[in-house]
Each structure stands twice: as structure tokens, then as C-alpha cells.
Design a protein around this ligand. Sequence first.
Ligand code: FES
Ligand code: FES
Length: 154
Amino acid sequence: MKVCVNGRSVELTNATSTKAAYALRHELGLCDVRIGCGEGYCGACTVLVDGKPTTSCDLPLWALEDKNITTVRGLGSPERPHAVQSAFVEEQAGQCGYCLSGILVTSAALLDTGRPLTEGEIRAALDRHLCRCGAHGRMVKAVLRAQATLREQA
Ligand code: FES
Ligand code: FES
């Protein structure tokens, strides 16, 4: 089955009923896709499917056919990080980091809308992402920082 992951077209041979997160991690080695609850509740496994934040632990692989998938690795590189990746580092917005892959892709999708975001809107968008370390306050500050950076660059 063909999917486009982080800008690259790849063939996956897993059964199409395999959950997407497991195929992405085990067949493509994308260990940046995290698995927490494995049941669609915590948001750790979130990836962008055609730009939309989507949990992948409860999604059958067939749902990704001919779609564009972006994992946190596809947002930017260490040399050219996405504004939200830089902002999370600058705000030290994470602790153990386990939840961050999902939170970063959701934040990037939110910023991609290009509309001015209030703190309340950012909190609402990240509400379904659980962070056991309780770093949400710093994450919200980081998204606001990324928004300011992107505005300066526009
Ligand atoms: S691991 Fe997918 S939502 Fe928790
Ligand atoms: S930073 Fe540890 S779970 Fe969020």
C-alpha cells in the first residue's frame, strides 16, 4: 500500500488492518510516532493526515492510503526547525518529552491556519493531549512564541 510520509512516497507491506502507529514505527522506523494509551485517548500518537491532527494508534493503515502523513520529524530538521519546534526548545516546554510529538504536530497544524490565536484557543486545541509531566503551561507559551515568530517572518 502506498503512502506519502514526510514528503516521501513509501510502500508499506503491513496488513491494511494494522494500526497506523505500529506500521509507521515498526515498518518505517519512525520512532518519533509515540504510543501511549494505544486506544485513542492520550494524543501521544497524533500525526497529521492531509494536515489534520489524527491519532494513529486507533487508525487502520488502510485509512492512510494515498494520504500525506506528517510526523514530528517531518515538520523540520535540527538545521532548519519549524518555528514551533524552536519555540518549544526556547521555552523548555517539555519534561520527559513523551507527549511532545503529538503536541508539536497539533500545534503546527493550528499555526498553519494563519489566523491569530488566543491563549484560550491554543489551550482548547491541546486539551485532548495528555501530558503526565504537567508541562502544558509552558507549551501554551511556546505556541504563542511560535505564532509571534511566524508573524515577524510574514
Ligand atoms: S497512543 Fe494514541 S491516543 Fe494514546
Ligand atoms: S513532557 Fe512528559 S508527558 Fe509531557
